[in-house]
Design a protein around this ligand. Structure first.
Ligand code: SF4
Length: 322
């Protein structure tokens, strides 16, 4: 197991002002990400899991600098990104790429897909126009696309193939780190497995490190090496994949697992989460999960549980009962 960290996130916060009234006065804060810390090992896939509204997409976008962070640090290969000049950040940009949930919306419908895959290479001046075709063909093959389809348009491809195009666009820049934000949730189940296998191959054969964002613990079980579970802007449990699935400790992790279908007749049913995720602009006091937690006590309503080490190395949980 590689213990070198490519990404280190420390106390990351991203708050969005809520504006209202005729003059757009600030009336509150949406605490989308509220003090998140984790590390991603070089050449691994780190899963960030939680319901919609948990803040996981905001974490991904803040890591790439698409959102200016409110507080905290993000280090890439040990270098604090906030210490870099805009010129240095621009030079680093190809090394950190984003794959979207819906690649169709990020593709120009009038651009041939070969040109779409290669355009960032020219924009970053990473190769000449003469060399480009060979590089596009190569990355299309890696992503399971036929180079003969270079001149086709996005609408001529299926959802799974379009996601491969999205991955090829990121991969051609030879990134060290890819953030994949719900990359398979818009795809048919039969296609999801193919894209998961592609991510595994890119990790194993090309050494790419991933942050894989998903609402589905069932999906990350098959792909990720380490997992963090987010709830209302905070990490509530993190562990290596096998540890988390063998011994899920936080009631919210257990609720997410309860939503994963199982064919094992001996598996014990877990308690589902009650109700809806609260408004992140008004997070509950104490433990943020207490309004939905079947095990909540009076202490949970008053006191914020800290994320702390439990059991096996790297297993951390924020719950008063653990
Ligand atoms: Fe549930 Fe309390 Fe643990 Fe929060 S701290 S998850 S409310 S038991």
């Amino acid at each position: 197991m590689n213990t070198e960290f490519l990404i280190e996130v420390e106390g990351l916060k991203k708050h969005f002002p809520i504006r209202d009234g005729l003059f757009g006065q600030e009336t509150g804060l949406l605490r989308a990400v509220d003090g998140v810390s984790f590390k991603i090992r070089q050449g691994s896939i780190f899963g960030l899991v939680g319901e919609s509204g948990s803040g996981k997409t905001t974490v991904g976008r803040s890591l790439l600098g698409l959102y200016e962070q409110t507080a905290g640090r993000v280090k890439f290969r040990g270098v604090d990104l906030q210490s870099l000049t805009s010129k240095q950040l621009t030079a680093l940009r190809p090394k950190m790429q984003l794959v979207f949930q819906d690649p169709y919306s990020s593709l120009n419908p009038r651009m041939r897909i070969g040109d779409a895959i290669g355009e960032a290479m020219l924009a970053h001046k990473l190769c000449s126009a003469a060399e480009l075709r060979g590089k596009v063909d190569e990355v299309m093959k890696i992503c399971g696309l036929s180079p003969q389809h270079y001149n086709r348009f996005p609408h001529e491809f299926s959802g799974g193939q379009r996601q491969r195009i999205g991955i090829a666009r990121a991969l051609i820049l030879k990134p060290d780190f890819i953030i994949a934000d719900e990359p398979i949730s818009a795809l048919d189940v039969s296609i999801q497995a193919q894209i998961i296998n592609l991510f595994s191959d890119l990790r194993d054969d090309h050494g790419v490190t991933f942050l894989f964002i998903s609402h589905d613990l069932g999906v990350v079980e098959h792909l990720c090496d380490d997992i963090a579970v987010m709830y209302l802007g905070q990490i509530v449990e993190t562990a290596e994949r096998d540890t988390l699935f063998r011994q899920p400790l936080h009631p919210y992790t257990r609720a997410l697992l309860a939503a994963v279908p199982t064919l094992d007749p001996d598996s014990k049913p877990l308690a589902m989460a009650q109700g809806e995720i609260p408004d992140p602009s008004k997070p509950p006091a104490g433990c943020r999960y207490h309004t939905r937690c079947p095990q909540a006590t009076e202490r949970c309503r008053r006191e914020i549980p800290q994320l702390r080490d439990v059991g096996e190395a790297g297993h951390r949980v924020a719950c008063h009962l653990v």
